[in-house]
Design a protein around this ligand. Structure first.
Ligand SMILES: [Zn+2]
Length: 533
């Protein structure tokens, strides 16, 4: 199937935004469009210009976007019954968007024509033909989305074929077969696309599937196998209900498994970055387990796997992570064998001998800490400190002499005020600092950093990016334990640290200290490397 080029038509900004909990501002949408263009998709559907102000605003601004490859497409519907395209507000809004491509959706399932539109099948065909003709005279490329195509085909194949035939005759550039309700199975898609190809003498077909049967990606691949050459989907599979077909899986599947060209190799290597960039803008929790682009997609936990992978990655990886811009991770946990520790230490630039007593010591430390509720899989920086301590490469950058927080709530005051007082000692010099914050952790963070900035000015760059608390199940006879995970960044890189205690302030404190420790050590290591040249 090589030498074939299929085009990627991204619908993240239209279908994707119909997903629950997903909302993008105009500014977000413009940034996403830019990012999708860098990834190398061929079309970016920006929204439905006739339907809301935000989409209209996007198309207005999008005229000024400088895209290297992608074309912006506007989405709309065939004209309404009993009026002309000239009088149809939605069709006119499409033209006003001034995009090089337009996609219109039309009915192809007789059930919808009769029940929703309440018009005759003949009139539906006229509407499709008329709308496509009108647009094709005014826009470079016109795509026809045949809504509910597969459900329609199973009920009344003649009408669905008539519907796409009408769009085809009117000059539609691609006929997009839509599994709008997302319940069709791959073998049905395969059979129906094959029949459509024969009945219409191999037209240019597109595929648009939803994931309600968890086979959105499979359905797309089957359609491609049968000749579809425009692929519609969303980044990370965002979309209404269970989402649209996930382009982050489809694109590498096409390239790496089917040998079908869609993006070039450099573009494919931007997939991870694109997925995470757009995910950040959704503000949703991490998507660890997604194929290819998830943090866990190339993570190895079992000691045996880690050992084999460090010898030859092919033993437990179906493709190499760097192909899609992801990376291999060796997870540190009580399932870890020696090889995980060795691999991790090597990542830190420390070569350890497998028989080294310190390796056993680290393993024992890990097991003890994990028993207490620690988890290092999401806390790389805390783990690095643990290793550095074990191998004698750790110098305590400061000593805490005392810390106190005070939270006060007064009647007639909506706000709660929190203040932290910290006393630290660095190389025999004592520093005393008071700071306020919007909570105890924030106040402690402020006070600690202010106290240390005199000695370590780079601490100004540190930002607390994420703070997560998890209450761990109570062991018999003891109080509940909380685990705090902190993510920090300095504009150059991000790192995560962990703390565990029965007291939430104490747990936060431990994670915070690790974060500051890590930043200081990181900068010292960088300085030392620079000095060495
Ligand atoms: Zn859809």
């Amino acid at each position: 199937m090589s030498d074939r080029l299929v085009k990627i038509y991204d619908v993240t900004l239209r279908d994707g935004t119909q997903g629950e909990d997903i909302s993008f501002s105009i500014h977000d949408k413009l940034r996403i469009a830019q990012k999708l263009d860098e990834l190398g998709v061929h079309y970016i559907e920006g929204g439905w210009p006739g339907s809301n102000e935000r989409d209209e605003g996007f198309f207005e601004e999008a005229k000024r976007l400088r895209l290297r490859k992608a074309k912006i497409a506007a989405f709309g519907s065939t004209r309404r019954a009993k009026i002309t395209c000239e009088d149809d507000g939605s069709i006119q809004a499409l033209l006003k968007a001034e995009t090089p491509a337009v996609t219109i959706v039309g009915k192809s399932w007789d059930f919808h024509v009769k029940e929703a539109l309440k018009i005759s099948l003949k009139e539906n065909i006229e509407i499709i033909h008329d709308s496509v003709t009108y647009l094709k005279e005014r826009v470079d490329e016109v795509f026809f989305d045949a809504e509910h195509f597969f459900d329609g085909y199973k009920n009344n194949p003649e009408h669905t074929i008539d519907a796409i035939q009408a769009a085809y005759d009117a000059g539609a550039d691609v006929l997009v077969l839509c599994d709008t309700n997302g319940g069709t199975m791959p073998w049905e898609i395969e059979a129906i696309v094959k029949e459509v190809n024969q009945k219409l003498d191999y037209p240019s077909l597109g595929i648009h599937t939803h994931n309600d049967g968890e086979v959105g990606v499979a359905n797309t691949l089957y359609a491609v196998k049968e000749g579809a050459n425009q692929i519609q989907g969303t980044i990370n599979g965002y979309g209404e209900r269970c989402g649209n077909a996930n382009l982050c899986s489809i694109i590498p599947d096409l390239k790496l498994k089917l040998g079908v060209e869609c993006l070039d190799d450099t573009e494919l290597a931007k997939l991870y970055e694109t997925s995470h960039f757009i995910h950040e803008l959704t503000n949703l929790p991490a998507i660890k387990h997604r194929p290819y682009v998830g943090e866990s997609a190339f993570a190895h936990k079992g000691g045996l796997h880690a050992s084999a992978v460090s010898k030859n990655p092919k033993t437990y990886e179906h493709v190499s992570p760097d192909v899609v811009g992801n990376r291999r991770r060796i997870l540190i946990s009580d399932l870890s064998g020696r090889s995980n520790i060795l691999y991790k230490a090597k990542e830190l630039g420390v070569e350890l001998d497998p028989k080294d007593k310190r390796v056993v010591a680290i393993l024992n430390d890990l097991k003890k800490l994990e028993n207490e509720g620690y988890e290092f899989e999401g806390a790389d920086a805390s783990f690095e400190l643990l290793v550095r301590k074990a191998i004698g490469e750790y110098r305590k950058p400061f000593h805490l002499l005392s810390a106190r927080t005070l939270t006060e709530k007064r009647a007639n005051d909506d706000d709660t005020s929190t203040e932290a007082t910290i006393v630290v000692e660095v190389d025999g010099v004592t520093e005393h600092m008071v700071a306020s914050g919007n909570g105890p952790v924030n106040a402690m963070d402020q006070a600690l950093r202010k106290a240390l900035e005199r000695f370590y000015p780079n601490l100004k760059e540190v930002r607390l990016k994420d703070y997560r608390v998890r209450v761990l199940s109570t062991k018999q006879g003891t109080d509940a334990v909380v685990r705090v995970l902190i993510e920090s960044g300095d504009g150059e890189s991000d790192w995560s640290t962990v703390g565990v205690s029965e007291n939430i302030v104490e747990a936060s404190w431990k994670a915070l200290i690790d974060s500051i420790d890590y930043k200081i050590l990181k900068d010292e290591a960088k300085k030392a490397a620079k000095a060495r040249g």
